[in-house]
Design a protein around this ligand. Structure first.
Ligand SMILES: Cc1cc2nc3c(=O)[nH]c(=O)nc-3n(C[C@H](O)[C@H](O)[C@H](O)COP(=O)(O)OP(=O)(O)OC[C@H]3O[C@@H](n4cnc5c(N)ncnc54)[C@H](O)[C@@H]3O)c2cc1C
Length: 478
């Protein structure tokens, strides 16, 4: 018998979904109460997985009546602890999983839209679009495990934001079960719809604190017929900004990815992932990964990118560059980029930041943050990489080789405060794409206090007056 809910509540929940929708028992619940990196561990008496929106609404009505906390969960790949339940005997929390909501309800090729349920894996939404000769551009390294509902709830970014925008820019309509069990039925596939407040926006990036998303209608695009990918070595971040500005003019909307990687990140990948090779003979301080997606099938985009790189070499904006000659070589370059987090983990204890600043201010951020972290932790290893085209850097720190991991991690608070202060001071954010969850609630209070936080609390109180949706996440305590 689960500790935190009575047999009668469990019977009510089971009556809605049948046994197939109910998971209990420590072993079966383990993957749902643990964050994949082991940074968060919680507890829950039961995970409930409705198979339809009507079932989700019925579950929510029970939770509302019984004052049970509800923690929505998708693929549990989030990085801020938002999907991990924190049930106690006094305040039980169930996990509400979207994993059985997996239908692609509709694909309207001429409207360039797909209607998919929240539990669809991101990779499955991409595949469904591709099968209809359409393109769903949201792409991140976790795409084989994360779900569309989780992507929407975190307003996920990823590698194609420069060209196609964040998840927020890709969602046209939502279906959401509200905390009292009512259904907000907003699945409209319209590019134009100025009929009052745009309610769907409330739930995008809300991290499950305002409702449970059951389905979404998303934009599709013409698929790029060819991809051209280059890996480039540069001397300093200012060169990256100059190259990005020139690339946007020279290559236009074809430019879909522009990623920055520092040498430390490259070293970690080369040292810890045996399958990865350095694309260049010599070591360089900074690298860029650029990708063009073009409508043509010929070699025109490759030629354009080659000409762009050649000009960069002539003007000294770049030190060296290679153009992927095959899809295998392209995959290898992306593997290098996507492998950084795994390699960094293998390299020891880390303190991570997910900041954004206006693109033009990235060099200032890197200069100022580099100085401050070196002062606070002499010998600290800075792993700076990310979506430069979006002004978003994962500014991660690894323990100095001679330092004890515990002593290093004890410095997290002051060092993160310093890094976030610099980002915010440059007009940036302490959370670019990973959200707030549990990890950054205090940061939200610090950096978005006053009227902004008051408005957030007003919205929460309006939609979830009894506070059952994802308690203890996103909003700081009063
Ligand atoms: C290797 C790796 C690479 C990553 N790269 C990126 C990246 O490039 N960009 C990026 O933005 N993120 C990235 N992430 C983070 C993560 O993948 C994203 O945040 C993703 O969108 C989370 O989806 P999920 O289904 O796993 O959600 P979960 O982790 O299950 O949940 C995340 C949040 O959404 C809520 N939620 C989940 N489903 C629902 C629902 N149906 N209704 C309401 N609320 C819900 C949860 O309560 C929680 O607060 C990466 C993660 C990994 C492991």
């Amino acid at each position: 018998m689960p500790a935190d809910v009575s047999a009668s509540i469990l019977a009510e929940l089971t009556a809605v979904t049948g046994a197939a929708g109910i998971t209990t028992g420590a072993a079966a619940l383990e993957p749902h109460v643990t964050e994949w990196r082991g940074n968060y561990r919680g507890r829950t008496p039961v995970m409930v997985a409705p198979a339809t929106t009507a079932e989700a609404a019925a579950i929510m009505r029970i939770c509302h009546a019984r004052q049970l906390g509800v923690v929505p969960q998708g693929g549990n790949t989030g990085l801020v602890g938002g999907a991990i339940p924190a049930s106690t005997a006094e305040a039980p929390q169930i996990v509400l999983s979207a994993r059985r909501l997996q239908a692609i309800r509709n694909l309207d090729a001429d409207n360039y839209t797909i209607t998919a349920e929240a539990g669809c894996l991101l990779a499955d939404v991409q595949a469904a679009a591709a099968a209809a000769d359409r393109f769903f551009p949201l792409s991140l390294a976790a795409e084989g495990s994360c779900q569309l509902g989780g992507n929407i709830s975190t307003n996920a970014g990823g590698t194609n934001v420069l060209r196609y925008g964040n998840t927020r820019d890709l969602v046209l309509g939502l279906e959401v079960v509200l905390p009292d069990g009512r259904i907000y039925a907003g699945l409209r596939g319209l590019r134009k719809d100025n009929a009052g407040y745009d309610l769907k926006q409330l739930f995008i990036g809300a991290e499950g604190t305002l409702g449970f998303i059951t389905a979404a209608i998303c934009k599709l695009f013409p698929p790029p017929r060819s991809l051209s990918t280059a890996f480039v070595a540069i001397a300093e971040p200012a060169a990256a900004i100059a190259l990005l500005s020139r690339a946007r003019v020279a290559l236009g909307d074809q430019l879909i990815a522009f990623e920055l990687i520092n040498r430390r990140a490259m070293d970690f990948v080369l040292d810890n992932l045996p399958e990865v090779r350095d694309p260049f003979a010599a070591a360089h301080p900074w690298y860029l990964l650029l990708e063009l997606g073009s409508a043509g099938t010929g070699s025109a985009a490759d030629e354009q990118l080659e000409a762009f790189l050649a000009e960069g070499l002539t003007t000294g904006q770049l030190i060296d560059g290679i153009l992927a000659q095959s899809s295998a070589q392209r995959a290898g370059l992306w593997h290098l980029r996507h492998g950084i987090s795994e390699a960094q983990k293998k390299a020891g204890a880390g303190i991570k930041h997910d900041i954004s600043v206006p693109v033009s201010r990235i060099p200032e951020f890197l200069g100022a943050a580099g100085r401050v972290v070196a002062e606070q932790i002499p010998g600290v290893q800075v792993v700076a990489f990310g979506h430069l085209g979006d002004g978003n850097l994962h500014y991660n720190l690894n323990q100095p080789e001679a330092m004890d991991a515990g002593a290093f991690l004890a410095l997290r608070e002051p060092v993160s405060l310093a890094v976030h202060s610099i980002a915010v001071g440059l007009g940036g954010s302490f959370s670019a794409e990973h959200g707030v969850g549990v990890l950054k609630r205090a940061d939200l209070a610090r950096w978005r206090g006053g009227v902004e936080l008051e408005l957030m609390r007003t919205l929460k109180a309006a939609l979830d007056p009894t506070g059952i949706m994802n308690p203890g996440k996103l909003l700081p305590d009063d």
